[in-house]
Design a protein around this ligand. Structure first.
Ligand code: AMP
Length: 463
């Protein structure tokens, strides 16, 4: 007799429709954190789970909160607190993906940086699941636009980061407005002192889930290159043209270096965009859309700007400079090689940075694998190009454009095969659609010439 695979999703008390969705999404087996957390969470226990971005933690709490929803009601039954808007957007995306089978689960994101009135209007129509950042959630609670009387599940995602960002009081204030008889799930990458305090205050007899080995860490292949200051930025282009990763996150220590690197890469014909604190929210959104839909090869970011980002399918991480904080190094390279995929972590170190390299070596218990820059030769003379191109349509949610309308305009009206159309992101005022590079002009023309949802729109390729 064969015993059932302990990591199969069908060992869990999930509906047939949810199991089918998981299969459609290609989630063949549970990740370690899911295997440890889901049986407990689905049984109704409070949890403290140690999990990093990339471990599959979102699905771990999303499946638990979705299983408890009563679709006969329209009140808010689950609330997920996140440290950043980007993380909230990503969590909402995953919850919606997993809720596909259940009809009409409404998931609403409430974060600062967006006008409050439309959020209040959406709340008035009912939202089963709310995902948001603490400050804005408090605003809504104080205005009475968000009510937690029917809350079943409270999730604290990246709790350590929320504490770092000074959200302790806000979390307390939000939790105090939720019913006591609720389930609370706390996810955190680390366990600083404050996490214990949080758990003591807001969790009831929590079960602890901790995984000693970071999943996927063995999948990250590290290479080091010694560079002079003059060689450093140019070396990034050499790395990219040699290894040709489709998506790379390059970390700089300063905003100025981010800008300089983007200039150097763009001059070499490589598609690169910078993400740093000086960007307006709208520009930041656009940069992230272009990178995550695979129409930009390199995202150049500072650590602060990259906080909370979860980018699936990151083939490489480049440390343009070595960070003085050894833990930050581990965090940076941990962004590649996720969910069973392998990833590269390249680090450029000058002689002055060798002390930092030594400390990283100590922490990792592994000697850095140094290679000469001269090894980086490109077999292909064309600069690295991303597989997709983004087309921006001027018009979004406000114009009632939906992803299906854009897909229809491209596939039905313009005859572009569906497989050539990538991610479609509908924002308030803009819609972004990724299409294969080979059909970009055809798609742009079609969108400009044929009405979308009965209306003429303006569309342009973003390069
Ligand atoms: P997270 O740690 O929640 O940010 O998830 C990282 C990525 O793994 C996301 O892109 C998920 O869609 C994906 N993922 C989550 N669970 C699974 C699974 N069981 N199998 C394959 N991919 C998964």
């Amino acid at each position: 007799m064969t015993s059932p695979d302990p990591k199969a999703f069908d060992t869990l008390p999930l509906s047939a429709a949810t199991l089918a969705t998981l299969q459609q999404l290609g989630y063949a087996a549970m990740t370690p954190v899911q295997a440890a957390a889901l049986p407990l969470a689905l049984a109704g226990h409070d949890l403290i789970a140690q999990a990093q971005t990339g471990s599959g933690k979102t699905a771990a709490f999303a499946l638990a909160l979705l299983a408890r929803l009563d679709m006969q009601r329209t009140d808010t039954q689950a609330l997920v607190l996140c440290p950043t808007r980007e993380l909230a957007d990503q969590v909402a995306l995953e919850v919606r993906r997993l809720a596909r089978a259940a009809s009409n689960v409404k998931v609403l994101v409430l974060c600062g940086g967006a006008p409050i009135k439309p959020q209040a209007d959406s709340l008035a129509h009912g939202a089963h699941v709310v995902v948001g950042t603490p400050g804005r959630l408090i605003d809504h609670l104080e205005r009475g636009t968000l009510v937690l009387d029917a809350l079943q599940t409270l999730v604290l995602d990246e709790a350590d980061r929320m504490l770092d960002m000074g959200f302790m009081d806000d979390i307390a204030s939000i939790a105090s407005r939720a019913p006591k008889a609720r389930q609370t799930l706390l996810f955190s990458a680390t366990y600083p002192e404050g996490i214990q305090q949080l758990a003591k205050k807001f969790l009831r007899e929590p079960k602890e889930v901790s995984l000693t080995q970071r999943p996927g860490s063995q999948q990250i292949r590290q290479r080091w290159y010694e560079v002079t200051e003059e060689e450093r930025l140019h070396a990034v282009g050499l790395l990219l043209n040699h290894w040709r990763p489709a998506s790379t996150l390059a970390f700089c220590n300063t905003k100025q270096q981010c800008r300089d690197l983007v200039d150097v890469l763009q001059a070499q014909g490589i598609s690169a965009l910078a993400l740093h604190g000086d960007l307006e929210q709208r520009d930041r959104d656009q940069v992230l859309v272009r990178f995550t839909n695979r129409s930009c090869s390199v995202l150049v970011a500072t650590d602060v700007a990259a906080r909370g980002l979860d980018i699936a399918q990151l083939e490489a991480v480049i440390n343009v400079e070595i960070t003085p904080d050894v833990e930050v190094h581990t965090h940076r390279i941990g962004r590649t090689g996720r969910a069973g995929e392998s990833g590269w972590a390249f680090s450029l170190a000058s002689l002055e940075e060798m002390g930092r390299v030594g400390r990283i070596e100590q922490l990792q218990g592994q000697a850095p694998d140094f290679h000469p820059l001269a090894e980086l030769t490109s077999s292909d003379s064309t600069p690295l190009q991303p597989p997709m191109v983004t087309i921006q349509i001027l018009g979004g949610r406000k114009e009632k454009i939906r992803a299906g309308d854009v897909l229809g305009a491209l596939t039905k009206d313009a005859g572009i095969p569906g497989a050539q159309v990538g991610k479609i992101n509908v924002n308030d005022f803009s819609t972004y659609v990724a299409v294969a590079r080979t059909v970009a002009r055809q798609a742009e023309q079609a969108l400009n010439n044929k009405p979308v949802k009965g209306k003429r729109v303006k569309a342009r390729v973003l390069e």
